[in-house]
Write a protein that binds this ligand. Structure first.
Ligand code: ACM
Ligand code: ZN
Length: 555
């Protein structure tokens, strides 16, 4: 067996000549883990595409899309057919055309691409591996493959090379806040397309807030009748003034299904977030009996953190939480459900007789680690965790859930910095790093605020995350040796208080999301910011422009 593998790899390497030109490089972002160049090139114009058995249907669909696109761009058609009878281990030299084979021995979501003058051989172990190989091949083609038109000038050749690629982190996320501002199904899809291009695999969808509830829940119709709309929106950083324009919207169950399916076809899992027990004014406006005072409450027209939160002394609150989460689980197949947990002021609980009675009944005490009200939040977290665990789901929450006690099996999203993540990993919890130091893409991209859109930086001091800071981020910095395996990955957060439209979201995301994709995907060594900038200006930003994305120009 060992000998056979050697023989194959020598044959397969035949086109990867020893005299590979060192200066060659690819425009691919995120930078692939390993590329070896050979001599010559493969002409993809008019090449036929073939897929072996066990290549997933979504991958075959994506192969078809690339073939269709190449037909329009090159004027020559390509067939897409099953190559079930073809041996994956055939030397590339014997194959003619583009071949896709399943290879379960490759790392999850990884792939290999071998390009020789007569053939391209792509191997991957799973759906995402194939989708990512296709993204890589696309980015190796002339930029016109993205533009939608015909390009008879380009030679449509790919350099002979061998790419062996796999992600550094299994969780590569983007959080989208559709509560502070609402984004249409098509707008969300456009962001998912962008994520897919750069091999992100998780969209964390922030769906409930003080400023609006955004998802249809059949058992609680007032959440969307009342909770999805506010009477105005804060004007810039003046918390005492709003524009008086009714604002809102929500996703129906049909729309959610459409988005989940669309994302799935792109290899993206959607993790829904119902933020609790704080950030709940949307729900309290609809069902005031769930709050400590009984209301009335209204959906907030200003930014910030409401002190009105769910009352934990009432069982009705848990009926509500579980009722909502049961429907959320029906809509989202994701293993993880995000339960928020951030910024929950304890003011209301401290003076609520029911919450205090619950604290007494549970025997919760304040100590040097946590107050009894904090431990009341732990109680909520662990009850919700148990409810979801019974359905085979895991909780993920903002790093506040770590304060006091957290039950085994929870995953912590470290946002206030890196300390929460470091502490969580040390205690044995899995962690997603999303520190505001380099992952908060609502912060501006330069200190020159007159040139940046009005964002949170204008409202609250100068919060600046330039492109280079994202590119050079090291998600494992500060972690104790041996705890790094708990770091599932990295996520950018797109909060939208000051971001009302897709053009601005795109401006804030691009090019920083491309830099983050290299942090999420590429090996830690081999970073080269100058090379990255050249790839952006020479290839990536022009293709994104052709695709209709807005972006912040490079400095
Ligand atoms: C957060 O930024 N409140 C998670
Ligand atoms: Zn209460």
């Amino acid at each position: 067996m060992f000998k056979r593998i050697i023989a194959i790899s020598i044959m397969a390497l035949a086109c990867i000549g020893a005299s590979a030109k060192k200066e060659q490089s690819l425009n691919v972002v995120p930078r692939p883990a390993k590329v070896e160049f050979g001599k010559g090139s493969f002409k993809i114009k008019g090449a036929n595409f073939n897929y072996g058995k066990n290549v997933p249907a979504e991958a075959v669909q994506a192969i078809g899309k690339l073939a269709d696109r190449l037909y329009v761009a090159t004027g020559k058609s390509s067939t897409v057919s099953s190559a079930a009878g073809t041996d994956k281990d055939s030397a590339t030299g014997k194959l003619k055309g583009v071949f896709f084979f399943c290879d379960p021995s490759l790392p999850a979501e990884g792939y290999s691409i071998e390009i020789c003058p007569k053939a391209i051989k792509v191997c991957a172990p799973d759906k995402n591996g194939f989708l990512y190989a296709l993204q890589t091949i696309r980015q190796m083609l002339p930029a016109s493959v993205y533009s939608g038109g015909t390009d008879s000038k380009s030679s449509w050749r790919l350099p002979c090379c061998r790419i062996s690629d796999a992600p550094r982190f299994s969780y590569r996320g983007l959080m989208l806040d559709c509560c502070r501002h609402f984004f249409s199904v098509d707008e969300v899809k456009k962001i998912l397309d962008l994520m897919a291009m750069y091999k992100l695999n998780t969209m964390h969808w922030h769906l409930s807030e003080d400023q609006g509830w955004r998802i249809e829940i059949s058992k609680y119709p007032k959440l969307t009748e009342i909770g999805a709309y506010r009477d105005g929106t804060q004007v810039k950083d003046d918390r005492n003034r709003h524009d008086g324009v009714r604002y809102g919207g929500y996703y129906t169950k049909e729309q959610v299904a459409e988005i989940v399916k669309y994302a799935g076809n792109l290899g993206i899992t959607i993790i829904p977030e119902i933020d609790l027990p704080g950030h709940m004014l949307g729900a309290l406006a609809a069902y005031p009996q769930l709050g400590c005072t009984g209301g009335p409450y209204s959906v907030w027209t200003r930014w910030g953190i409401s002190k009105d939160v769910l009352c934990i002394g009432k069982e009705e609150t848990f009926d509500f939480i579980f009722g909502v989460l049961d429907e959320i689980c029906e809509m989202f197949p994701s293993e993880y459900i995000h339960i928020g947990g951030d910024e929950c002021p304890k003011d209301a609980w401290k003076v609520c007789p029911r919450c205090q009675a619950r604290i007494a009944e549970l025997g919760l005490k304040s100590d040097e680690h946590a107050s009894k009200e904090q431990r009341l939040q732990n109680y909520v977290t662990s009850r919700v965790q148990a409810h979801l665990a019974a359905k085979g789901r895991k909780i993920i929450g903002w790093d506040e859930i770590l304060e006091g006690d957290l039950s085994e099996g929870a995953t912590v999203m470290s946002w206030r910095g890196t300390a929460g993540g470091i502490k969580a990993a040390k205690k044995g919890f899995d962690v997603v790093m999303t520190p505001k130091d380099y992952c908060y893409f609502d912060y501006v991209q330069s200190p020159n605020l007159d040139k940046e859109p009005w964002t949170i930086a204008g409202a609250r001091g100068k919060r600046v995350i330039p492109l280079e800071k994202v590119y050079n981020a090291d998600p494992l910095a500060g972690f104790e040796p041996g705890t790094e395996s708990h770091i599932l990955g990295v996520q950018a957060n797109m909060w939208t208080e000051f971001i009302a439209d897709n053009a601005t979201i795109e401006y804030m995301l691009i090019p920083r999301l491309l830099a983050l994709s290299e942090v999420q995907w590429s090996p830690a060594d081999g970073k080269d910011y100058d090379r990255f900038l050249k790839v952006l200006s020479g290839y990536q930003l022009p293709i994104l422009k052709d695709l209709g994305y807005n972006y912040r120009p490079l400095d």
